[in-house]
Ligand binder design. Sequence first.
Ligand SMILES: [Zn+2]
Length: 239
Amino acid sequence: MAETVETPALVLDRIPYGEADLILHLLTRDHGIVSALARGARGSRRRFAGGVDLFVVADVRFRPAGARSSLASLAGSEPVRSFPGLFDALDRLEAGQAMLVLARDLLRDAPAGEATFFRVVEALARLETASPGQTAGEVLALAVALLSDLGHPPADESCPACGETVGASGVVAVAPDGAMLCGRCAPPGAARFSAALLGGASLEGDVPDPAPARADVLSLVAALVSGVLGRRWRVRIDL
Ligand SMILES: [Zn+2]
């Protein structure tokens, strides 16, 4: 039998399986994304305590997937950090949910290292104190950072076509492949957005006043992620 490995992890989603089990997608610090079967996780609250909940960092132990199973097998999970501030406001919780889905979908087939793990954990921590005008911008900031980790140019870089700052013309465009261009260089099929939306993605936390509309910011996130994934992706909020 394979050795059990231990690592901090964040549950990205939980899918009910069979009578009492859960299939978890975990973002782990040391092993990237891991899909794990948590036997009995729904049958007994004591089995994994709060260690298989959303918005919890837990020290997990699992046997890796092997020849006999495509899923890892969760052996234990001890919560070590929670994000109580997310539960104080619905928009924070929704943005947090969007962050988990974003991480799951972008990192599924990509190597996610320790820096990526901490990026997602820190994004959730920032959300705990975010004002209603900031929460969508935090989702955009995480999307830009994760795309950058995956080798896609970050938002504050120059237009790959002309070299100007992407937002210099007041318009940013997202090409069908997810590349961000300045408004002047955008091909006909590109989605166009106000450059002001990028202000919310500032990692220094400078929020434009007035804050951009949440739906517009999330549309920009959707265009970026859809292009990179090569399929239609949008922020789905279902709590
Ligand atoms: Zn350009």
